[in-house]
Design a protein around this ligand. Structure first.
Ligand code: SF4
Length: 230
């Protein structure tokens, strides 16, 4: 099956997933109640699939949709400050056609990069439970299978890092004893010249406090592009 067809099948399946009833109920309730600033919106309120280039060499794995961000817009990292920061960086890196990401029909196109997350439903307080990450891990596995040309996985934050390590082990790409520690700019060399690279998460807690600056993510993206070229 062609990579685009395979990914499209995964992207179509994810919004109907019901493996975590508590999370589905939480997302639906957020969508019903809404935030005042978005009361004119028809919230998505369901699991959020990944987006991007089926021929991507760089695969960015985030944490989870935000309650009033991707859970509202239905597109990963779209409609919140995290997405503003991430897509502006992808645009500077030449991986996105525009620096903003506000809705599913805003014309955003990614080139050479795919973006998804460890968890596809917005969790309360942005804190996924281990069994929820376990339930959702099959989608990372399926994406790994579909994204045949990936060279670099860029994990945003320690939870995405842990999920990526576990996925790589399940997929037989690598084994880790002991598990490599997450760090900003940390790199794990995988077989066939591939890499797992860490980056602080693009959440407001990091970007509003200077823990993660535009220059820092630009540097990590440049590192990812270098290793993706081989
Ligand atoms: S978190 Fe993942 S596994 Fe759980 S319901 Fe949402 S999409 Fe399904």
């Amino acid at each position: 099956m062609a990579a685009r067809t395979h990914l499209a099948r995964i992207e179509r399946a994810i919004p109907s997933c019901t493996r975590c009833p508590e999370l589905r109920a939480y997302c639906a309730e957020v969508a019903r109640a809404k935030r005042k600033a978005f009361e004119s919106w028809e919230y998505w309120g369901r699991p959020v699939p990944g987006i991007g280039d089926a021929a991507a060499s760089i695969w960015i794995v985030g944490l989870a949709p935000a309650a009033h961000g991707a859970n509202r817009t239905g597109r990963v990292f779209t409609g919140d400050r995290s997405g503003d920061f991430l897509y502006a960086a992808l645009h500077r890196a030449g991986l996105a056609n525009q620096p903003t990401s506000v809705s599913r029909d805003d014309g955003l196109a990614l080139s050479g990069v795919y973006v998804s997350a460890a968890l596809r439903c917005a969790p309360p307080a942005n804190k996924p439970k281990p069994h929820e990450l376990g339930n959702c891990s099959t989608y990372l596995d399926e994406e790994e299978h579909a994204l045949r040309g990936w060279r670099v996985i860029l994990a945003l934050g320690s939870i995405a890092w842990g999920s990526a390590l576990a996925m790589l082990e399940r997929r037989g790409v690598a084994g880790f004893r002991p598990k490599p520690k997450f760090g900003h700019g940390a790199r794990v060399a995988l077989d066939e010249g591939r890499s797992l690279i860490g980056c602080y998460h693009v959440s407001q807690q990091n970007t509003f406090t200077g823990v993660l600056t535009p220059a820092m993510i630009d540097e990590v993206l440049a590192q990812a592009k270098r290793f993706a070229r081989g």
